[in-house]
Design a protein around this ligand. Structure first.
Ligand SMILES: Nc1nc2c(ncn2[C@@H]2O[C@H](COP(=O)(O)OP(=O)(O)OP(=O)(O)O)[C@@H](O)[C@H]2O)c(=O)[nH]1
Ligand SMILES: [Mg+2]
Ligand SMILES: [Zn+2]
Length: 346
């Protein structure tokens, strides 16, 4: 963030958070928003000043949640130690990449998600459906932003393909490097509202931020020739106040967006399949060969596509597997705790 001073409202302080502070009924607590997270530390802003907080071991002190960019914290006004993460209006999270089975918060208190994808070989319908499911699960507004329209003659073809992904999906095609071109995004810019930019590395998230901001402040990086893959240029999650009063969150490119506990999001993202499933005669139907299966029928008459059905089944299975593995892990952990406390109580 820049050095300017902001009011709490300008940082996105809303009634939902004010109400929680009132319940605390303490003049010793002051709110601050997480404006940056990086390995080992995070930065919070009270509007008046910014502070760097170290994350020791698993988290910060005894906080009730692992804070992420966009979160509101209550700080002890004397020690400036965070004592609480306020309940969020929304949370975008995924399975953490790597071996360990755990969740990773991506960004909190987001009002609108810009799903950023490019008009090149990065464009992938299955992947966009993941982001749509995530936004629907989080209960937030979402827009598909297709960048690099200036590098292809086919931008409208990309848009046309994406239109079928969700009823009345909001889609814009832009040249993220051009100020005139990104003006179409202004319709979602509202003071105090927070927008997150999410997508693969190299799609131009930081470029969009810089162009909207009118500065080249944040580092961008070229993509590889041949496969259009980015180089993971951005390594921090950061929140920026735009001139319009909107707050933009830029995050590192996402390699893999593994979903968990996303049942309602997936169902809403694939409603035509769920509708066919509901009228299917067989409660345990695999929708593969069963004669009279309503899903097969919908495939034949074109209401459902093979691609969407396959992606729907894949996402559902993945989300279920991740949810049960997380539950299993939590059970194991609480079992261990009980064992220790029993030992100590002897
Ligand atoms: N021609 C053109 N180039 C673009 C556009 N958007 C981004 N680029 C270029 O694409 C490359 C990647 O852009 P970045 O903004 O660094 O991408 P990013 O999504 O932030 O990538 P990570 O930080 O790695 O996640 C840079 O060379 C940009 O100049 C666009 O709309 N048109
Ligand atoms: Mg970036
Ligand atoms: Zn069936």
């Amino acid at each position: 963030m820049n050095q300017k001073h902001y009011s709490l409202d300008e940082l996105g302080w809303k009634k939902h958070f004010k109400d929680q502070l009132e319940v605390e009924n303490s003049t010793e607590l002051i709110p601050a928003r997480v404006t940056m997270t990086h390995k080992g530390h995070l930065v919070v802003s009270t509007g008046e000043s910014e502070m760097l907080l170290k994350i020791a071991g698993k988290g910060i002190g005894s906080l009730n949640e692992q804070p992420t960019v966009g979160d509101w914290l209550l700080m002890d006004s004397k020690t400036m130690v965070p004592v609480k993460v306020l309940e969020r209006t929304s949370l975008l999270q995924r399975m953490a990449p790597g071996q360990e089975i755990k969740l990773q918060p991506i960004a909190a208190n987001i009002d609108t998600l810009f799903i950023v994808s490019s008009c090149n070989s990065e464009f992938n319908l299955n992947r966009i459906e993941r982001y749509i499911s995530l936004a629907l699960e989080a209960g937030i507004n979402f827009v598909l932003v297709l960048t690099k329209e200036d590098l292809t003659e086919e931008a409208q073809e990309y848009r046309r393909q994406a239109e079928h992904l969700f009823k009345s999906l909001q889609i814009v095609t832009v040249n993220g490097k051009d100020q005139q071109s990104v003006k179409c995004l202004q319709q979602w810019f509202k003071p105090g509202e927070t927008i997150a930019l999410l997508g693969s590395s190299g799609v131009g998230k930081t470029t969009l931020l810089n162009t909207i901001n009118g500065t080249e402040k944040e580092k961008t990086g070229s993509i590889r020739l041949g496969d259009d893959k980015g180089r993971h240029t951005t390594t921090t999650r950061s929140l920026h106040v735009m001139e319009s009063g909107t707050l933009l969150v830029d995050v590192p490119g996402i390699r893999e967006l593994q979903l968990h506990d996303c049942h309602s999001g997936i169902n809403r993202a694939f409603s035509e399949i769920v509708e066919a499933e509901e009228i299917c005669r067989f409660s345990d139907c695999s929708h593969e060969r069963e004669p009279g299966c309503a899903v097969r029928e919908a495939l034949e008459n074109g209401t459902i596509t093979e691609r969407r059905l396959a992606n729907y089944l894949k996402l559902k299975e993945e989300a279920q597997k991740n949810t049960s593995e997380l539950a299993e892990r939590a059970k194991r952990k609480s079992g261990k705790k009980k064992k220790y406390s029993r030992k100590w109580n002897k």
